[in-house]
Design a protein around this ligand. Structure first.
Ligand SMILES: Nc1ncnc2c1ncn2[C@@H]1O[C@H](COP(=O)(O)OP(=O)(O)OP(=O)(O)O)[C@@H](O)[C@H]1O
Ligand SMILES: CCCCCCCCCCCCC/C=C/[C@@H](O)[C@H](CO)NC(C)=O
Ligand SMILES: [Ca+2]
Length: 507
């Protein structure tokens, strides 16, 4: 991996790990009938395709062709490079691909065929492609196929499609290992089959937060070079029944209501439906009463108010990986019961957001929690208490600029390893004190008919899908799965040197 190629005249270094493919070239001598080469009888050549970094974390496939008069020398180079590529053991050779033809702007199939498949061919990756015919097709299929013959699963679509594939893979792993997903305390088996995301959805938050951009070619190249990014996954339960897994946002109140309004009937609007529902939800300004109990994540280093973000090779995530390995060595898969105390908060909230990662996306480039980590075994729990519409707008606007969105008296943020939520309504229901008046008047606040207090429940938005229950129990599973990604890279300092187009070089 450390072995580097030096393209001398251009001062451009390409590590072997970033070479996509090496191809012998058929050379027609008329192509280069100039200078001293004119007299040569035959020229030999080979082309190296490699990753070229462009602006804003974009990767592109570039190429450089090497010409040579000595056939033997040319073959030696080609051979040596091919052997080096063979030694890159983390690269996938066989992939299972699921395409959602209806996600985002309905471009999934075209994006895959035009932008991704040619790159997979170039890198000699063989694929089995499934174009999904209905929701849950990919998930169900993952319980039936021989997943162990693949080096990875690729999903072409948005966060919802990724969620399907993740549920299929994690669920299959637990089933094959005899783990009961309904047990909220079960230690889940890690899923080592990596998932690659080719973004073709509406928000594409998981791709953006793990790669730094939502761009199909960039994601395809991360898959080809065999990147590996572990990811925390939260399990969500209600009354000892498994509901869902979440990797990006678990949102109650504002983000749940956006989804409730954002029904399948609005899918024709494409990604715009989120802006429309977002605006409507903002105007409705509903808040919800409930109780949150959480256990702080004491073992993780770092805080949600840190100025530094999780980046490629993040040392905080590395430390968590080490801790996890030590813990597994000591206790095996047995769940280690946390002795930390539970903290309890009661209140009226406009939004309760729990994020396992920053949740950066094109609409909010730094995300809902800019310092959240991809693989530290914790989630950031953000509580936005009842405030004026104007203050809530100020809070939302800070998702899109450089100002600190946690610097408000009505916003609290905690780094947690698990939490529980019960709405006031279900508390009342459970303790059987719900009075008939509440039932009869449905969603209006009896005491203040003109206020925005909503005594019906909101809905949980779990990575873009609604949950059936408002009372939930959530636990973060450190690094439960892996992606073909490497986290967001620090910006390339020398972009001019990185953005060279095709270079031709004489050996
Ligand atoms: N062939 C299909 N027909 C209908 N729905 C499908 C099909 N294949 C997958 N789905 C479902 O479509 C839902 C949404 O898809 P996807 O996530 O790709 O796009 P999106 O909702 O536009 O984007 P995002 O999730 O990023 O907001 C997924 O939850 C998935 O279960
Ligand atoms: C005043 C109007 C405000 C509009 C706000 C629009 C939405 C902002 C998008 C930020 C969402 C980031 C979190 C991502 C969550 C995803 O899991 C989910 C599924 O794709 N997306 C959404 C929007 O719920
Ligand atoms: Ca995390």
């Amino acid at each position: 991996n450390q072995c580097c190629w030096i393209l001398t005249s251009q001062n451009c270094f390409v590590p072997i790990s970033e070479i996509i493919a090496v191809e012998e070239r058929e050379f027609n001598k008329k192509q280069r009938n100039i200078g001293r080469w004119q007299k040569m009888a035959k020229l030999h050549a080979f082309t190296v395709y490699y990753v070229k970094r462009a602006r804003n974390h974009r990767w592109r496939c570039s190429d450089v062709t090497f010409w040579c008069v000595d056939e033997h020398l040319c073959n030696q180079w080609t051979q040596a490079l091919k052997e080096s590529l063979e030694m890159q053991k983390s690269r996938p050779k066989q992939l299972l691909v699921y395409i959602n033809p209806y996600g985002g702007k309905r471009q999934g199939k075209r994006i895959y065929e035009q932008k991704v498949a040619p790159l997979f061919n170039l890198a000699s990756i063989s694929t089995d492609v499934v174009i999904t015919e209905h929701a849950n097709h990919a998930k169900d299929n993952l319980f039936e196929v021989n997943i162990y013959k693949y080096d990875g699963v690729v999903c072409v679509g948005g966060d919802g499609m990724f969620s399907e594939v993740m549920h299929g893979l994690i669920g299959r792993m637990q089933k094959d290992s005899g783990i009961d997903q309904n047990n909220p305390k079960a230690s889940l088996v890690q899923c080592n089959i990596r998932i690659g995301i080719i973004p073709a959805g509406s928000t594409d938050c998981i791709c953006y937060s793990t790669v730094g951009i939502s761009d199909p070619v960039t994601s395809a190249l991360h898959i080809i070079v065999g990147d590996c990014q572990p990811l925390d996954v939260s399990s969500v339960h209600h009354n000892n029944t498994f509901l869902k897994y979440s990797v990006s946002l678990l949102g109650y109140g504002f983000y749940g209501d956006i989804l409730k309004d954002n029904s399948e009937k609005k899918r024709w609007m494409g990604p715009m439906r989120y802006d429309y529902s977002g605006f409507k939800t903002f105007l409705s300004h509903h808040y919800y009463e409930g109780t949150i109990a959480y256990q702080p994540a004491k073992r993780t280093h770092g805080s949600p108010r840190d100025k530094e973000s999780c980046r490629t090779g993040c040392y905080i995530c590395k430390k968590s990986e080490k801790q996890l390995a030590e813990q597994t060595k000591e206790h095996g898969l047995k769940h280690e019961e946390g002795e930390e105390e539970w903290k309890v908060i009661k209140g009226k909230f406009l939004a309760i957001n729990a994020v396992n990662m920053s949740c950066a996306c094109p609409r909010s480039p730094k995300g809902l929690s800019p310092a959240a980590h991809l693989a530290d075994g914790s989630a950031d729990l953000i509580l936005v208490r009842k405030c004026s519409r104007f203050d809530f707008l100020r809070y939302l606007v800070r998702h899109t600029n450089q100002d600190d969105q946690f610097d408000f008296p009505f916003v609290d943020v905690y780094r947690v390893k698990c939490f529980q939520f019960t709405s006031k309504l279900s508390e009342d229901n459970e303790s059987n004190v719900m009075d008939i008046g509440k039932k009869r008047f449905g969603q209006f606040c009896r005491d203040h008919p003109a206020c925005c207090c909503n005594i019906v429940n909101s809905t949980w938005n779990c990575d873009g899908e609604t949950l059936d229950s408002s009372a939930i129990e959530v636990r973060v599973h450190c690094q439960l799965m892996k992606l073909f990604a490497r986290g967001i890279e620090e910006n390339c300092k020398d972009e001019a040197a990185c953005s060279q187009s095709s270079i031709e070089q004489l050996l």
